[in-house]
Design a protein around this ligand. Structure first.
Ligand code: BGC
Length: 526
């Protein structure tokens, strides 16, 4: 129960935020302490991914993933012409990583296994014991420190031998993914109780096959992108059902998938066409992945099916570019998750458009028919794409909760959220971002009744940011990529996040006080 004074001061914070929201500008850091707090069973964590931090690309018997191979063959593919050979060198510095995680006080660490570190050929005919040991030690050390490992099986580092025959566009990879997952469950299922099959199939498929910005930049827009999506979903279901049958009774773990979505805000909320465009966007980009798993009826959303069928027909295709599931596949997919992992970073203003200069035909964007633009008032602390609009997180969580009844029973975890910049440790913008986004999450939980049970910041430390190389920074910890030891230093955002984790509230003045800056201190009265 909240005391009345607590409610009153909470309203003060709310008022500041809602005034700012009226202009759609992102709330800048406000004052006081949030009187809503994160419930006791709410899990705080930090996230990373193997290729982005590990390095050790050819050490300890590891095989090549497509990111190793493609970047060696195309050294200028990334902005700074760098690759992930060393990255943050977590392969050698993982004990420091664990100390960093401990210092934040979080309960969980989301990381991924590099498929080819334990299966160098991708296939299960040869298991690399050095790789096996690396992750086993890591999980054991995390558990010793009371940190729950949350493990993603596939965070975009497809074994090179499989990419040579199409990667996710080839349905055979579903079998190999199942074999790999079985090996991982056998090896680590005694230690790992929270598994994520695939990270962001939407982003992975669209950026690899549609936009050609993720390695190996295959231009198969409007066709390959849907094959990849379809097979990723099937691979997820296969692994979920395999765990359910072969491992769950004994290991008692939970398995899910990580879906990603920006929030789509109607450009003019009073224009029904913009409102419809925003809904269409969400169905085409998030619903396409979420509906088969989380809806009562399963399969692709009817709108998505109809839209891509119609577009394909108009373009002269004799069959839809979006493949069909069999009845059995629909059944296997429906309910194939014990929770939802949801990644969210940004928002765009949406309005209908039949064609934009940057779209290819056919493509997911052309099929969607929605123009995206940013509000000029939104801040963009990093190089591109990430506009700060904190209410987007609350709205997205509500959209998910309202669209799929299952979230009354199973929880949502925000598995990634965070902000980019160009570097340094005095990252006030990131501090603001976390305060404001987490505040919106508190509102989603307490005022809207959304079933959100955890939050993972992206990212533990500065990392290899895919096509951006090392130019874009997302870390709570700064990594000196010029030092041989890849020295790590906490940023202001690490102190701030640690304070939120420890107090379970957001103190909007915490960093200002820490830095001896002026604050209008507001007492937390509960
Ligand atoms: C990916 C991360 C990436 C982050 C920020 C997410 O889509 O899962 O690997 O680093 O975005 O760019």
């Amino acid at each position: 129960m909240w005391s009345s004074s607590a409610v009153a001061s909470n309203r003060a914070v709310l008022l500041t935020l809602s005034l700012l929201q009226l202009t759609r500008g992102s709330p800048v850091v406000t004052s006081g302490v949030s009187n809503y707090s994160f419930p006791d069973d709410f899990i705080f964590g930090v996230s990373s991914a193997a290729f982005q931090i590990e390095g050790g690309w050819n050490e300890g018997g590891k095989g090549e993933s497509i990111w190793d191979t493609y970047l060696h063959d195309h050294p200028t593919f990334t902005l700074d012409h760098n690759n992930g050979d060393v990255a943050a060198d977590s392969y050698h510095h993982y004990m420091e990583d664990i100390e960093m995680i401990k210092s934040l006080g979080v309960q969980a660490y989301r990381m991924s296994i590099s498929w080819t570190r334990i299966l160098p050929n991708g296939t299960d005919n040869y298991i690399n014991q050095e790789g096996v040991k690396y992750y086993r030690t890591m999980f054991e050390e995390l558990l010793k420190a009371n940190i729950t490992p949350v493990v993603t099986l596939f965070h975009w580092d497809m074994p090179t031998p499989f990419m040579n025959f199409g990667g996710w566009t080839n349905a055979k990879v579903i079998d190999y993914f199942e074999d790999y997952a079985r090996v991982a469950f056998k090896l680590y299922g005694d230690l790992v109780k929270m598994w994520l099959t695939i990270n962001e199939p939407h982003e992975n498929c669209e950026s690899t096959y549609g936009l050609a910005v993720l390695a190996p930049a295959l231009n198969s827009h409007g066709v390959g992108v849907y094959l990849c999506t379809h097979n990723s979903l099937l691979a997820h279901a296969r692994v979920y059902r395999m765990y359910e049958k072969e491992f769950k009774p004994e290991q008692k773990g939970k398995v899910s998938i990580v879906l990603d979505s920006m929030w789509g805000e109607p450009k003019d909320p009073n224009n029904p066409e913009d409102v419809q465009a925003a809904e269409n966007y969400l169905q085409m980009h998030l619903g396409m992945l979420a509906h088969p798993i989380f809806s009562e009826e399963g399969d692709y959303p009817p709108f998505v099916r109809e839209r891509i069928n119609n577009m394909s027909r108009e373009q002269g295709y004799s069959r839809s570019r979006l493949p069909y599931f069999t009845d059995e596949e629909v059944k296997a997919l429906r309910g194939s998750a014990d929770f939802l992992g949801l990644n969210h970073y940004t928002t765009q203003l949406l309005s209908p458009s039949p064609m934009e200069p940057t779209w290819q035909v056919p493509s997911l964007y052309h099929d969607t028919g929605v123009k995206m633009e940013a509000d000029p008032l939104w801040r963009m602390p990093g190089p591109d794409w990430l506009f700060v609009y904190p209410p987007g997180l609350r709205k997205l969580v509500n959209w998910v909760q309202n669209n799929y009844k299952i979230f009354k029973e199973i929880p949502i975890f925000i598995t990634e959220n965070g902000s980019s910049d160009f570097g340094g440790t005095e990252d006030y913008e990131r501090v603001n971002y976390y305060n404001d986004y987490l505040y919106q999450l508190l509102l989603a939980i307490h005022e809207d009744g959304c079933n959100v049970k955890g939050y993972f910041s992206w990212s533990l430390m500065d990392d290899f940011e895919w096509t951006d190389g090392f130019t874009t920074k997302f870390g709570l910890f700064y990594v000196d990529f010029d030092s041989p030891n890849r020295t790590r230093t906490p940023k202001l955002s690490a102190y701030n996040y640690g304070n939120i984790v420890r107090t379970r509230r957001i103190d909007f003045d915490y960093i200002k006080r820490l830095k001896g800056l002026n604050t209008t201190k507001q007492e937390d009265s509960s």
